[in-house]
Design a protein around this ligand. Structure first.
Ligand code: NAD
Ligand code: WQD
Length: 338
């Protein structure tokens, strides 16, 4: 099977390409490198002995996509490409809607022209907003999102759902990721955020390696076990395997398929700080700070639907997530920049 992977040079996309190659699937990568480094191709090659075909270009460029589809025999598309920083999306809504919503529409149009009608889309647990309870099932209401990034994911879900209802021969899979973390256990691939990390795990990793002085823990007055926010952290390789399970089980079946990709376990900010300290062998300094606006108290997935229908379940532990992140961060303190 040949799969076009948009955003395949990014954090989740690169790990998914490695897992795909090891599962006998051929990735063809499209990425404009706005948040990625070309060194990723060498790292994929070193792990798999395969250098994926790579097209540098933008998913909003329809002529470019037409060219890619004309050169490659593509069976399905995984669409990772997009912008993902919540705070930045508030400051730059037009850029976010253009990249994430318009980019997805242009891609779907190019797919239809090429006769490729199997699409797996990177959605997010953010579409559930502040859930009434946990664990969150796929049947929970969506759309009560609090920022342009979240709204862009919700809008794309709506657009793709409408597309499926108008043209029911499509296979459209919406995968709602919870909190992807971790790195390849080889220590050669991982998350490489530009500037100050927005997300917890890369921030902790940069404190642990001495790039930053301390972690600001955003709020210790939530109604949770230790007062800090609780999330469902999932190893990026488990997430990658979830995409392969989706391609293999529903990717060729016409339908609108929706799955949570999470572990079903909640961990607090301080749980993650302590787990990371165990992994790196020293304390991770932190200070307790006020809540971050827009944050919710707790969020974790019901995993039953993915288990039953995709035959997929996350297996990697928090200890593995922190150990793999530490190996990546300590071997590559400046990420992919040499
Ligand atoms: P990432 O930034 O590492 O990867 C995205 C990739 O897309 C980058 O390589 C970037 O260069 C590329 N890209 C961006 N806009 C593009 C465009 N217009 N044309 C071509 N390439 C473009 O992010 P990630 O963490 O790997 O996330 C992948 C997807 O998963 C995103 O859609 C993101 O919104 C979604 N997601 C991420 C998380 C998370 O916490 N990381 C959670 C839920 C959903
Ligand atoms: C996790 C916990 C913070 C940083 C975001 C997006 C979501 C999805 C994943 C893409 C929270 C706390 C964080 C820090 C902290 N992305 N924290 N200090 O907010 O659950 O989800 O990323 O789709 O859409 O909203 O993830 O890693 O930012 O935060 O205390 O420096 O860590 O308050 O409780 P979040 P996160």
């Amino acid at each position: 099977m040949n799969v076009l992977v948009t955003g395949g040079m990014g954090y989740i996309g690169s790990h998914t390409c490695v897992q795909m190659i090891q599962a006998g699937i051929t990735p063809v990568i499209v990425d404009n490198l706005c948040n990625a480094n070309k060194e990723v191709l060498n790292r994929i090659q070193a792990l798999t002995d395969v250098t994926p075909v790579f097209y540098q270009g933008d998913v909003r460029d329809e002529a470019f996509l037409d060219h890619v589809f004309s050169e490659q025999e593509i069976d399905a598309v995984i669409h990772f490409a997009g912008l993902k920083a919540v705070g930045e999306s508030v400051a730059k809504p037009l850029e976010y809607y253009d990249n994430n919503v318009n980019g997805s529409l242009v891609l779907a149009r190019a797919m239809r022209k090429a006769g490729v009608k199997s699409l797996v889309f990177s959605s997010s647990a953010t579409v559930y907003g502040d859930p009434a309870s946990v664990p969150i099932t796929e049947a929970f209401p969506t759309g009560n999102t609090t920022n342009p990034y979240g709204r862009s994911k919700y809008m794309v879900e709506q657009c793709l759902s409408d597309l499926f209802h108008a043209e029911p021969d499509w296979s459209i899979t919406l995968l709602r990721y919870f909190n992807p973390v971790g790195a390849h256990p080889s220590g050669t691939m991982g998350e490489d955020p530009k500037g100050i990390p927005n997300n917890l795990m890369p921030f902790i990793a940069q404190v642990a390696v001495g790039r930053r002085a301390e972690l600001a823990v955003f709020g210790n007055d939530y109604p949770t076990s230790d007062g800090t926010g609780v999330r469902d952290y999932i190893h990026v390789l488990d997430l990658a395997d979830g995409h392969i399970a989706a391609l293999n089980s529903v990717g060729a079946k016409a339908g609108l398929h929706i799955y949570n990709l999470g572990t079903g376990q909640g961990s607090s900010v301080l749980d993650m700080v302590h787990a990371f300290a165990n992994a790196c062998g020293h304390d991770v300094p932190y200070k307790l700070c006020p809540r971050r606006p827009g944050d919710i108290a707790e969020c974790w997935a019901s995993t039953e639907k993915a288990e039953a229908e995709l035959g997929w379940k996350a297996t990697r532990t928090i200890a593995q997530m922190t150990a793999d992140t530490w190996l990546w961060q300590s071997n590559n303190p400046n990420g992919y920049e040499k």
